[in-house]
Design a protein around this ligand. Structure first.
Ligand SMILES: Cc1ncc(COP(=O)(O)O)c(C=O)c1O
Length: 485
């Protein structure tokens, strides 16, 4: 007899398919491993999206597991960017470690809510452990702490909320921005990540109060101009609340002078936050930028496991020198929020979210399974790879490096260095090179404009990339450029 939808329930289909799920996962994983070797970097990108909407506008009926998976293979997979391809280099979005898909499966199976410690003792202990490891990595003391969040943008937002609460005091929580009676100010360089501006909008501070200080030739904030600007603003009755330093700028991966920024923050009794979303991890490496020696001077640091710890999206982290500052900013009372028998930190008091997943578990798994030694080895390798790539470019007459490059980001352009090639033409051709590479699916590079020059940008965060891949890329660009001009 055929089963109808009326005979089914969520429980019954789960029981029916419980074994099949593992089979499907096995088939999917084996298929994906093969596909990763043969598929291009960016199939379908810049062309069209999968047609999942008109195919099934309102999914009322239960669909068999086989048919759902068929759709995954046929409709979804071909449109996925292949982040495991060695030439996926456009952003600091590396492939995720294999162990983390297992971690994600366990997180979903257990479905712990890491809000109160009593509701998720294991999840709480794991998150405390992970956060403590990250605090140790940057050189923080025992009173430090932090919280796992969705990514660098959220970490930066939560850092600035914490900064405002710390600098303006308790009253800001009660009366909001009216507390300062004037413009609050956030200081950073022109090269800071735009998530700082987004945070200023969300917090009601406004982008015009994000004061961008010019950079020197190495794209590091000009500290004397910063000092002068803060003094002027104080004289003008503004309310400086935070300086944001970059441990890895968005375009070229430069590191600000963190020691001087910390001193200026102390002098003015304001908060010092460091956006080290990817760059803070490099502190582990023997080849780290020297500014990282002063990372621990920051009041707070953004450090994203979904960047250089190779976690899947979305796994970010904010750490603070004094964890009480987070509780001051985010702890809130409510009768339904009654903390029964707290056995550890209640992570809902450390950030915006109440219901929270156990995603720290994935980082914990990786710390155990990979170990810090192998992470260090990989960071060393990525920094050396970036250096080798710079040498390749310097030895190729048709290429030219653009901007500074002191860590894992290298910007460059194709330039035949002939007189009839104007700057404007070079910009157009290099942009075309980038879009052609992506359309063909050969490589995924990002583009940035540095002092009016359009550059191709490579972020070395992919553990599959080798120097041979980069030679293939440069040869490909040379050949392609002949048909583009
Ligand atoms: C330096 C820096 N800060 C913040 C962010 C924002 O991080 P997310 O994309 O995780 O929100 C990024 C992302 O590229 C970044 O490179």
């Amino acid at each position: 007899m055929e089963t109808t939808n009326n005979d089914l329930s969520i429980q019954s289909i789960q029981e029916k398919d419980s074994e099949k799920l593992i089979e499907m996962l096995n088939i999917f994983w084996n298929g994906l491993k093969e596909k990763r070797k043969t598929t291009k970097v960016a199939p379908g990108i810049l062309q069209n999206l999968p047609d999942v909407i008109t195919k099934d506008p309102y999914p009322v009926k239960h669909t068999s597991l086989e048919n759902v998976f068929k759709e995954v293979y046929e409709e979804i997979l071909p449109y996925c960017v292949n982040t495991a391809n060695p030439l996926f280099l456009g952003y600091v979005t590396p492939p995720s470690l294999d162990i983390t898909w297992l971690g994600n499966a366990i997180i979903a199976m257990l479905n712990q809510n890491v809000s109160f410690s009593a509701l998720s003792p294991a999840g709480t202990a794991i998150e405390q452990y992970v956060v403590n490891q990250l605090c140790k990595l940057v050189g923080y003391s025992d009173i430090s702490g932090g919280v796992i969040v969705s990514g660098g943008s959220t970490a930066n937002l939560q850092a600035l909320i914490t900064a405002r609460r710390s600098v303006l005091g308790e009253k800001v929580a009660a009366v909001g921005n009216a507390q300062s009676g004037g413009s609050q100010r956030i200081y950073c360089s022109t090269q800071i990540h735009r998530s700082i501006h987004k945070a200023a909008i969300i917090m009601g501070i406004g982008v015009e109060n994000v004061v961008e200080i010019p950079c020197d030739v190495n794209q590091k904030i000009d500290v004397s101009k910063l000092r002068k600007k803060i003094a002027e603003d104080i004289a003008d009755s503004k309310y400086p609340i935070a300086i944001v330093g970059a441990a890895g700028t968005r375009a070229c991966g430069s590191f600000d002078d963190l020691k001087s920024l910390s001193e200026i923050a102390e002098e003015n009794k304001i908060w010092f936050h460091v956006d080290g979303a990817y760059g803070a991890f490099l502190k582990l490496s023997d080849y780290k930028p020297k500014e990282l020696d002063y990372l621990h001077l920051a009041h707070s640091i953004t450090i994203d496991p979904h960047k250089l710890l190779f976690m899947p999206m979305d796994n970010g982290c904010l750490i603070v020198r004094d964890r009480q500052k987070l509780i001051d900013a985010f702890g809130i009372e409510g009768e339904y929020l009654e903390k029964f028998h707290p056995v550890g930190q209640d992570f809902c008091d450390f950030g915006i979210e109440l219901g929270r997943s156990m995603k720290a578990f994935n980082v914990w798994l990786a710390f155990k399974y990979i170990g810090l030694d192998l992470y260090k080895k990989e960071f060393d390798r990525l920094l050396i790879l970036a250096k080798e790539f710079k040498e390749l470019l310097d030895n190729e007459p048709e290429f030219e490096r653009i901007g500074p490059s002191e860590s894992i980001i290298v910007c460059f352009r194709w330039n035949p260095k002939v007189s009839y090639f104007s700057e404007a033409k070079l910009n157009i051709v290099n942009d075309k090179i980038r879009t052609t590479l992506i359309k063909e699916g050969t490589a995924f590079l990002n583009g940035v404009t540095i002092q009016n020059q359009f550059a191709l940008r490579i972020c070395f965060s992919n553990f599959n990339t080798k120097v041979e891949d980069l030679k293939v890329l440069l040869n490909g660009i040379k050949n392609m450029s002949k048909s583009i001009i």
